[in-house]
Design a protein around this ligand. Structure first.
Ligand code: ADP
Length: 499
């Protein structure tokens, strides 16, 4: 089956968070089982090729209509791990993808609306037409709408739409719809793209959900939450309306990238059979962050975008509480929102000379690896969490999660004390309410076990390390979803025999 995945991110060349990991991990696994996979991305100026081959022009030129202009886009290609990557490079004075970053620009809506429009031109070419198009998040929510509107000319391309973060729905002014050639007056109605909160604006995610053939979010628990609680962020009834084509598939992690036995970014490789070597990474982490060597203090890590979603208040509280309770703190966090960035910059400077805390503000892939390897616990107090990869990565590296019982965190972490699961599958600590008291109780339980029952704490680490977080199961579930999308769109069952 020819699968085209379209996204704003794909690790390692364009990653800002978990979406990048998702696309890379799923694409690689689908390619591994023999599918033909193409990942389509904007040709950002910040793509990171490192040791990879440089992209080559494919001799494809797209004429992309946009607000009365016709913008020429070149398509570049490079081969990644078994799959192909296509980069859409517009030649225009807008400089849509020449901003020195992936997101965070005032015209993000316009940038990604343009990208979706260009994508539709690309898949409209008979040579590029996929058997299924897999769109992701608000940035590509317009693509299913554009394809549905051009169905008469194009025929049907089955579309699967994955939602990784319902907190960002792509709210745009109506005139943007007209700029990509859509009939704004007809589409800006409550049963189409009009945002439930502000019907004068279009909601791209809402449009994508209606137009796609199959829709999913990235964990079963979160699929339930966004249908039935305020976590649907205003789209609850929309999810209920499209319940028949909506589900949850838990993410995997890329086990080639995240494997403590082979990870080239950590000084000492280790695994369940040689867990004692983790101590060398702990030592290296302390040296890297200027933390004092202290055998009686566990390291509590935070590796996160510093965003309200991630529970920034609870993170700040957890840092103080952890320090008072005799732990060390290693935070790696990147903030886009200025108020949050300033707040953590202040906290970092207050703690600058603290022997047991270091806050590194920014995005640093290799430091992230060292933190997962060297830390003892990781704090994930998210307000909502569609799936969450940090807990999976941490568990793989023998770092025990202390997390809020929401979304994918609830689906993947089994509490050390309060779980019906056998001890061998318990792997962390969960708390329910997003309050400081609730967080403290979970931290106390984790720190208590670490201090008083180190044997049991090691077993928790091992339970986590032995879990299966690979992309094998999720990839099979996505193939089933693609088959469903093909059937639902009337194109017919999948051409793949690997269901
Ligand atoms: P989200 O996608 O909401 O940011 P996830 O838990 O799904 O959260 O995925 C986060 C991914 O981004 C993980 O791979 C994590 O290691 C990485 N990450 C988050 N913040 C940073 C950072 N500041 N530096 C390096 N990697 C980070």
């Amino acid at each position: 089956m020819h699968i085209a995945m379209v996204s704003a991110e794909c690790a390692p060349i364009a990653k800002a968070g978990g979406l990048g990991d998702f696309v890379q991990g799923l694409a690689r696994e689908l390619a591994r089982v023999g599918e033909r996979v193409e990942v389509i991305l904007p040709a950002y100026d910040v793509l990171r090729f490192d040791a990879l081959e440089r992209p080559r022009p494919l001799g494809i030129e797209l004429q992309v209509p946009f607000g009365g202009e016709s913008i020429v886009c070149r398509v570049l290609g490079l081969s990644l791990d078994g799959y192909e990557c296509r980069l859409i490079a517009p030649n225009s004075t807008h400089g849509f993808f020449e901003r020195g970053r992936i997101y965070g620009e005032p015209d993000d809506a316009e940038r990604f609306a343009f990208f979706s429009r260009a994508l539709v031109e690309y898949v409209s070419r008979p040579e590029s037409r996929p058997d299924v198009l897999h769109c992701n998040d608000w940035q590509t929510g317009l693509a299913p709408v554009l394809l549905a509107e051009r169905r008469e000319a194009l025929g049907r391309i089955p579309v699967c739409y994955s939602l990784h973060n319902v907190g960002y729905q792509g709210w745009v002014e109506a005139d943007l719809l007209a700029r990509v050639g859509l009939d704004a007056a007809r589409l800006l109605t409550p049963d189409r793209l009009a945002d439930p909160g502000d019907p004068r604006r279009a909601n791209l995610m809402k449009g994508g959900i209606a137009a796609a053939d199959a829709v999913n979010t990235v964990s079963p628990r979160h699929a339930w939450e966004i249908r039935n609680t305020e976590q649907g962020m205003g789209l609850q009834s929309w999810f209920q309306r499209y319940d028949y084509k909506f589900g949850g598939i838990l993410n995997g992690i890329d086990e080639a990238v995240w494997n403590p036995l082979t990870d080239p970014l950590i000084p000492a490789n280790f695994g369940p059979e040689c867990l004692e070597r983790k101590a060398l990474d702990r030592q290296a982490l302390r040296a890297r962050l200027g933390l004092e060597e202290a055998a009686d203090r566990p390291i509590i890590a935070i590796v996160s975008r510093l965003d309200r979603q991630k529970g920034v208040e609870l993170i700040a509280h957890g840092i103080r509480y952890g320090l008072n309770a005799g732990a060390q703190i290693a935070l790696l966090g990147s903030a886009i929102e200025p108020a949050i960035a300033e707040r953590f910059a202040r906290l970092a400077s207050t703690l600058e000379t603290h022997p047991h805390a270091h806050l590194e503000l920014g995005y640093d892939e290799s430091l992230a690896h060292l933190i997962y390897a060297g830390a003892d616990m990781i704090l994930i107090p998210s307000l909502y969490e569609p799936c969450g990869l940090t807990q999976l990565i941490a568990m793989r590296y023998g770092t025990v999660p202390i997390a809020r019982r929401v979304g994918g965190l609830a689906d993947t972490i089994r509490d050390a004390n309060h779980s019906t699961a056998p001890f061998e599958s318990r792997n962390g600590y969960l708390f329910d309410e997003p309050t400081t008291e609730s967080l403290e109780t979970a931290m106390d339980r984790a720190l208590g076990l670490w201090r008083d029952f180190p044997e049991y704490f090691s077993r928790l680490r091992l339970n986590g390390m032995r879990g299966d977080y690979s992309w094998r199961r999720p990839a099979r579930e996505y193939l089933a979803l693609y088959a469903y999308a093909r059937e639902a769109s009337g194109v017919g069952a999948s051409t793949s025999s690997r269901m």
